[in-house]
Design a protein around this ligand. Structure first.
Ligand code: GUN
Ligand code: FE
Length: 406
């Protein structure tokens, strides 16, 4: 029996590999078996189609750095990273030790990512196996895409969150062996150098290199954090701590990476690691300004993360706007770059650019349809108001693997 074919008639804006844009007016996107079968200009010979002529079709967004167990505590204000973790985040993550609580928060989180047209998230959970199991199971049941890792904390942390090195290592290796699908897989998540022992980071670095696994961690977000890392590890720089433990590979995603010397940027570049830039979070916690131009000049791969709960919402176009707003007037960031850094660039960093990140035949049918406001005609210029106004484009439909989710 022929597999069901669904066609959508719409206008398309999709990023290209070089960071440019493809703008296609009045096209038919045919979807079959979860994939985009074809994209072609509408002709009167096209059979049945769903009418999204009043909308723009965009690829599903990708969130390169977020914390699922912090979803309930967005907006809890503090002046800086370390007191914020201590006073708000660590007590909130403790609650996810309870599997049912963690399932509930995971469900609410993914319901919201769907409403925000995000099809793929790279996630830290609280440092409990229950929290990680809940996140994976809910993601699997809800048919959303993610890389998920249990935050690893075996050192220098509140007692109620601290586990043994063996617990952190054995549970994350089990998760890595269990969840191997490219669109629902595990990522080793040593939280940051301040919460991990040297032994744990060395073992993670070795295991990830031997098994070609992804790693995520936080790097150089806040000055007090950096001072403490330099003291604790008696090192020249924060980046050298991760380098010395073999944690920097082509499959490493470094959250924040704000305060870095040229030597540190060189180390990151040579390792092939990428950066998850989280501009909303960086301004919420007054952490500092991402060195956008220096990172770009070094050609270090980077894309955007919401960093819930220091980031305040899951809508990735808002984070793209914050990327623009947090740079000064000497830095031009175009709407096409804003789209690229929440779609195709993230897909490339995840080694998934053959499957996700843009609308092309053969790729997963992860497609959002945003209704154009009445006063706007479709053109590439529509992308700018899409990013800079927050709410005049209504999400009318969202597909993940061809399944309609709204
Ligand atoms: N550094 C270590 N843990 C965290 C966290 O949960 N959020 C942020 N923003 N930075 C961190
Ligand atoms: Fe984070």
């Amino acid at each position: 029996m022929a597999k069901r074919l669904t066609s959508y008639r719409s206008n398309i804006i999709t990023p290209t590999k070089d960071g440019g844009l493809l703008t296609l007016e009045d096209h038919i996107i045919s979807v079959q078996d979860g994939k985009i079968l074809s994209i072609h200009p509408f002709t009167r010979h096209d059979g049945d189609w769903q009418d999204y002529r009043d909308s723009i079709a965009l690829p599903g967004f990708i969130d390169l750095h977020t914390h699922i167990s912090q979803f309930h505590i967005r907006g809890a204000h503090e002046t800086a990273l370390l007191p914020w973790l201590e006073n708000h985040i660590f007590p909130a993550e403790k609650l996810c030790e309870n599997y049912d609580y963690a399932r509930n928060i995971s469900t609410l989180f993914f319901e919201d990512t769907i409403k925000k047209a995000t099809s793929f998230c790279v996630i830290y959970t609280a440092p409990f196996r229950e929290a990680a199991d809940a996140a994976f199971e809910v993601a699997s049941e809800m048919k959303v895409k993610a890389k998920i890792g249990m935050s690893l904390m075996d050192n220098n942390s509140p007692e109620y969150l601290t586990h043994s090195t063996d617990y952190a290592l054995s549970n994350s290796i089990e998760l890595d062996e269990k969840w191997r699908d490219p669109t629902l897989g595990h990522i080793f998540s040593p939280r940051f150098a301040l919460s991990c022992s040297a032994e744990l980071m060395r073992q993670i670095g070795k295991y990830a290199q031997d098994n070609d696994s992804f790693i995520q961690t936080h790097l150089s977000e806040n000055h007090d954090e950096i001072r403490q890392v330099i003291k604790a590890f008696d090192t020249n720089s924060y980046t050298e701590v991760y380098e010395s433990f073999g944690m920097l590979t082509k499959k490493t995603i470094l959250g924040h990476a704000i305060h870095l010397s040229d030597e540190e940027l060189d180390i990151i570049k040579q390792s092939g690691a990428s950066i998850a830039h989280c501009p909303d979070s960086n301004f919420f916690l007054k952490s500092g300004v991402f060195p956008y131009k220096r990172v770009k000049d070094k050609a270090i791969p980077f894309a955007l993360g919401s960093d819930i709960a220091a980031g305040t919402c899951l809508f990735m176009p808002y984070h793209a706007k914050m990327m623009n707003y947090t740079q000064d007037d000497s830095t031009l960031i175009s709407a096409e770059e804003m789209l690229y850094r929440i779609t195709l660039k993230s897909a490339e960093i995840l080694n998934l650019d053959e499957r996700i990140g843009s609308l092309e035949s053969g790729k997963d049918a992860d497609i959002s349809f945003f209704k154009l406001p009445q006063e706007l005609d479709f053109s590439a210029q529509a992308l700018s108001p899409f990013f800079f106004t927050n709410d005049i484009f209504e999400l009318k439909q969202f597909l993940i693997d061809g399944n309609e989710r709204l």
